[in-house]
Unconditional design. Structure first.
Length: 116
């Protein structure tokens, strides 16, 4: 069983930065791939970024490439999402997801609001 808790969201102006954290419980978290997803009001949950179990491989949605960076610290059981040059369209609830084989876990989400 893995429990995920997101933090770091908040209100920021256009062009600002935030760093989200996804802290995990469970000894096996370092073997999980982790992704960040976001959901704006009235819209579906969309993929943002992902990192493999070791941190050696990452992927990003086109909309955030060059602005967001995903990284993990397995010693701290934490995955980060550094978000720079934020835009109003980045406003959403951000969720982290841990998956390995048939196991899939979600956090409760953290709100990010970017004002214009």
């Amino acid at each position: 069983q893995v429990q995920l808790v997101e933090s770091g969201g908040g209100l920021v102006q256009t062009g600002g930065s935030l760093r989200l954290s996804c802290a995990a419980s469970g000894r096996t978290f370092s073997s999980y791939a982790v992704g960040w997803f976001r959901q704006a009001p009235g819209k579906e949950r969309d993929f943002v970024a992902a990192v493999n179990w070791s941190g050696s491989s990452t992927s990003y949605a086109n909309s955030v490439k060059g602005r967001f960076t995903i990284a993990r610290d397995n010693a701290k059981n934490t995955v980060y999402l550094q978000m720079n040059n934020l835009k109003p369209e980045d406003t959403a609830v951000y969720y982290c997801n841990g998956n390995r084989g048939g196991s899939n876990y979600w956090g409760q989400g953290t709100q990010v609001t970017v004002s214009s």
